[in-house]
Design a protein around this ligand. Sequence first.
Ligand SMILES: C[S@@+](CC[C@H](N)C(=O)[O-])C[C@H]1O[C@@H](n2cnc3c(N)ncnc32)[C@H](O)[C@@H]1O
Length: 384
Amino acid sequence: MEKFFATCPRGLERVLAAELAQLGADSVQAVDGGVGFAGELATCYAINLESRVASRVLWRVGESGYRSEHDVYEAARAIEWPRWFSPKHTIRVNVAAIRSPVKSLDFVTLRVKDAVCDVFRTARGERPHVDTRSPDVRVHVFLTRDMATFYLDTSGEALFKRGWRNASGAAPLRENLAAGILKLTGWTASTPLLDPMCGSGTFLVEAAMMALDAAPGLGRGFGFEKLTNFDSKAWAILLERARTRRRNSHPLLIHGSDKSGSALKLARDNLAAAGLEGAVHLKQKDILDGGPPAAGGIIVMNPPYGERLADRDELAAFYPKLGDVLKQRYSGWTAYILTADLRLAKLIGLAASKRTPLYNGALECRLFEFKLVAGSMRRSKRDA
Ligand SMILES: C[S@@+](CC[C@H](N)C(=O)[O-])C[C@H]1O[C@@H](n2cnc3c(N)ncnc32)[C@H](O)[C@@H]1O
């Protein structure tokens, strides 16, 4: 068995651990920022193809104690890199650290790159070149206070890049964060789902793919395909299984709306690019107007996050109205609102039944859960 580490948006580690166990990973262990697991390479291929929550799957190829940059160089120099790639491949080295005593991560990056190249020069007489934009092979180094761990990135491009996004909207959610939130809500395809601020449609695409049992990685390539030990037969079997399993698109209980026509067009284009035409009901609509598309279900949304002061004032005025609309017209629904604006919790005037800390990239957010039950939700002025 090989050892792996799958990274994910912070806050989703436990959701990812459950997903990986379901996908056949062994010895699954959630830690901050990701999940360690053991498995065969074919399991790693399957996880790259099927995981909706992982950002990358890293394959552990070496580990060593260290005290200095030079120790890290020596540890990297001791790894048999030519087992997995050749001097014809381009490489990129990434270094991340927690409580490491080294002074410069850039310098460690350079030294690890030197070590990899020195191994090849000695073994093959030539060295791989660096390509920081789209390398064939990515080497990741993780430094703690006294341990350096070396990984080969089996994903290549981050897994939230599913291959369907046409152009980015103003602030699209990362696909794996959207999928993780859907899993946190417990939503299943037999329940109506509504994103009333759908923007580019990230929640809608991810939900529809879940409902149709579509593997998120069917439309893209992976880093492991470039490695010299790539098992193309095992991969072909996994791909074939995922392709035959995917159900044909048909109208689902998934609804998206947005007040902006251009956002809606973006959502429509993204759904089409993901092969989901006709699967999702789209409507141009202000959340403050009209009512819900069904008697009950799950609402997920990610309101604009005001960076400019004027936007922030506008949002502060918007939250109480949103709270009133949800309370008055959406009883029977449970709403999940992801925001980095912590004023929302007070200003919306509804009592949150859950608050989950999550990160959208580096941005700290909360996912608030509001159970919209007629009559009982209004928070008294005294509590607010
Ligand atoms: C942060 S974006 C949502 C991004 C989306 N989750 C995605 O992944 O692309 C917020 C969206 O809310 C929409 N919006 C703002 N106010 C609205 C309102 N009152 N009713 C409906 N949509 C609104 C904006 O047009 C924008 O597309």
